[in-house]
Design a protein around this ligand. Structure first.
Ligand SMILES: Nc1ncnc2c1ncn2[C@@H]1O[C@H](COP(=O)(O)OP(=O)(O)O)[C@@H](O)[C@H]1O
Ligand SMILES: [Mg+2]
Length: 369
């Protein structure tokens, strides 16, 4: 087990600045996920920690010891790659045992460590097979087994599930989480998939263009995003963003839309937004925070309603996604199944104004209220 500290990390490839100064602390035993769009620097950061990239400046310390000048194999890190990187001419057993043989671990111990790892991953029956005789999911288990048998300080995963089909991915995701619960090693996991990040992480580090945009516990980031980018990256379907205008209507701060539609802000939060009065702002609202008004049922104090002409209905079975236009923008609403059956229907929608966010259009930062 180990803790990791990264300070002022910079890395360029020619003119491309892949990392523009990254500071990061990972606690002992933590499951930390690097997430962000393709090209934002996740793999570069992970590979720098592993010693596979030469960095331009900054320090990387494991348990307080700076490892900048240590070769990858001397950093005591186990890494699992997206393409598995198995040796095609070695059996599953020998693939898992490879790192141990290289370290001259005695045969009896290799045998017991490999069979423990194989049991943990449910691949005992496959030990004599060759990699080409395995499915994608089985190959990924072998790659993980190879990391598990080593008594490494840190586990690093770079998009380990990207090559698997969706169903297998869900299963392996749960297995990786369970494995971490069992062995408790400090783990860094790279993915571009926000669901993987949310479900696996103790802490999410959201990268954008070579810098950390925001980091924190998954639900912290989800419920308290600092920027429009974070708000839009986490959550599926995505948060809706609508350009609108904030002003007083009948003495209450209100978002004003076309066709005279209005959403009064939550009175409990309005004071914080007062300095944005008579200015344009961006409303951010998640699909699950808009509901269909059920005639007669009492509204929560923060609810505000508008009429919406539904123009698209997408039932998934579990939920139904409906869309309507507000200020030229398509808004997605997540409703219980059968809430609305046909496009062309006009319904009354309730916005939970205690959950919406407002964004400053200039800075793209969430206005803290
Ligand atoms: N070996 C390389 N040579 C040149 N540019 C690279 C190399 N590796 C990565 N990059 C560039 O660095 C940036 C970050 O890449 P990477 O860390 O692989 O992103 P991610 O893993 O988040 O998709 C990208 O602009 C990418 O094109
Ligand atoms: Mg990558």
């Amino acid at each position: 087990m180990a803790r990791l500290a990264v300070q002022g990390l910079r890395k360029s490839y020619g003119k491309v600045e892949a990392l523009k100064g990254v500071d990061l602390d990972i606690a002992e035993g933590e499951f930390c996920v690097f997430v962000g769009p393709s090209g934002c620097g996740k793999s570069t950061l992970l590979r720098s920690i592993a010693g596979l990239e030469e960095i331009d400046s900054g320090t990387i310390a494991i348990d307080g010891n700076v490892v900048n000048t240590l070769r990858p194999r001397d950093r005591n890190i186990a890494m699992v790659f997206q393409n598995y990187a198995l040796y095609p001419y070695l059996s599953v057993f020998e693939n898992i045992a490879f790192g141990l043989r290289a370290r001259k671990v005695p045969n009896a111990e290799i045998k017991s460590r490999v069979s423990n790892a194989a049991e943990m991953l449910g691949i005992e029956a496959l030990l004599e097979r060759m990699p080409r005789q395995l499915s994608g999911g089985q190959r990924q288990r072998v790659a993980i087994g190879r990391a598990v048998v080593r008594d490494a300080l840190l586990f690093l995963f770079d998009e380990p599930l990207s090559n698997l089909d969706a169903q297998l991915r869900d299963g392996m995701r749960a297995e990786i989480k369970r494995l971490h619960q069992e062995i408790g090693k400090t783990t860094i996991y790279v993915t571009h998939d926000q669901i993987e990040a949310m479900t696996l992480a103790d802490r999410i580090v959201l990268l954008r263009d070579g810098i950390i945009e925001q980091q924190g516990a998954p639900l912290d980031l989800f419920e308290r995003p600092a920027t429009r980018f974070v708000a839009g990256f986490l959550g599926s379907p995505q948060m809706n963003f609508v350009a609108t205008h904030l002003d007083h209507v009948d003495g209450a701060l209100t978002l004003i839309f076309d066709e005279g539609r209005k959403l009064p802000l939550d009175p409990a939060r309005a004071a914080a937004f007062d300095k944005y009065r008579s200015r344009d702002v961006i409303l951010g609202v998640r699909p699950e925070h808009i509901a269909r008004a059920s005639g007669g049922a009492p509204q929560k104090p923060a609810d505000a309603s508008i009429n919406a002409l539904i123009d698209l209905v997408q039932p998934t079975g579990t939920r139904t996604y409906a869309q309507f236009r507000l200020n030229e923008t398509e808004i997605t609403v997540e409703l219980p199944s059968h809430s609305v059956e046909h496009p062309g229907t006009t319904i009354e929608l309730l916005f939970d104004m205690s959950r919406v966010i407002l964004i400053d259009p200039q800075t793209q930062h969430v206005i803290q209220g």
